[in-house]
Design a protein around this ligand. Structure first.
Ligand SMILES: Nc1ncnc2c1ncn2[C@@H]1O[C@H](COP(=O)(O)OP(=O)(O)OP(=O)(O)O)[C@@H](O)[C@H]1O
Length: 287
């Protein structure tokens, strides 16, 4: 689609603006139908602008927390080229395929998981696919997977604002997005890009989780700000996002992830989030 810009220049519309004048109106996307064997009520994507800030850990902790609270939960690992969800939960094996329907694997506590890693011969095999193929796989994880009855499906996005976040925002009926950041300046700058993308795509921003904000000294309990002062409050104030949680660097969590035992964690630091998300999404179920 082409159009004339405010300055009178004629240009191609990008996928995000869909020809709308900047900031005006909501994009209209044809969301894909979930599988007839799925009854997913809410889909929440976890996003960050930058890699390695703990997005997958936060996704895993959200799933664990909501499951402990009695919710039916699934994780769609949309980080196709760098999937880490199966490893955090120690989930192995191939999802069952019946006809054209895929069945997610279950973690020890019953969280349903689909990830590209589960389809590889070896877990360290790289996925070397171009964007459109990856996007196709993500769409199939929504349309072809029998998720069953789920209160929340958490989608672990890859870092950045590229093909996959775009596909997810255009194709899945997202209830909202949680943004994960860490205190370094560069991270905050790229997080702002992620926030801006979600706004342009008309997806509700549910709030911000600042990860790795501090380390607690094991001797005296003092908080050490290894990456500089936490910036969650400032970013939240500047962007209008709610600061949902501030998480420390916790070596116990890192060990549990490495052992595939994240469900064994004592505390997630996100225990208050089921109440908050339920309130924010009250009356906004897909089914
Ligand atoms: N708060 C934390 N305490 C201890 N370790 C953490 C914490 N957050 C993340 N980690 C560890 O840091 C590493 C990177 O985290 P994670 O994989 O969740 O990041 P990511 O943002 O999803 O990365 P990617 O860009 O690869 O998708 C992992 O080994 C994880 O266990």
């Amino acid at each position: 689609m082409s159009g004339e810009t405010k300055s009178g220049q004629t240009g191609e519309a990008c996928a995000a603006c869909d020809g709308r004048e900047a900031g005006k109106g909501k994009p209209k996307f044809e969301y894909l139908q979930q599988n007839e064997l799925s009854n997913v009520k809410r889909v929440v994507a976890v996003m960050s602008g930058k890699g390695g800030v703990g997005k997958s850990l936060v996704t895993s902790l959200l799933a664990v927390t909501f499951t402990r609270d009695g919710y039916q939960v699934g994780i769609l690992d949309a980080d196709v080229t760098g999937p880490s969800i199966p490893k955090s939960f120690g989930v192995k094996g191939r999802p069952e395929v019946v006809g054209e329907v895929l069945y997610p694997l279950r973690t020890a506590c019953g969280i349903r998981v689909i990830s590209m890693n589960l389809f590889l011969e070896k877990e360290d095999e790289p996925v070397i696919w171009r964007g459109p193929v990856i996007s196709g796989a993500i769409k199939q994880f929504w349309t072809d997977v029998a998720w069953g009855d789920l209160d929340y499906l958490f989608v672990d996005l890859p870092p950045g604002t590229g093909d996959v976040p775009l596909t997810v925002m255009q194709s899945l009926p997202l209830s909202g997005i949680i943004v994960v950041s860490s205190p370094q300046d560069l991270t905050i700058m790229v997080v702002r890009k992620a926030i801006r993308m979600a706004e342009m795509m008309g997806v509700p921003l549910l709030g911000l989780v600042e990860n790795m904000a501090y380390i607690v000294c094991p001797q005296c309990g003092e908080k050490i700000y290894a990456f500089g002062a936490p910036q969650g409050k400032t970013v939240a104030a500047e962007t209008g996002l709610e600061l949902l949680a501030t998480l420390p660097v916790d070596p116990k969590l890192a060990k549990l992830v490495d052992a595939g035992e994240i469900e064994e964690c004592d505390q997630s630091g996100l225990e208050h989030l089921p109440r908050i998300l339920d309130a924010k999404l009250d009356g906004k179920s897909l089914s």
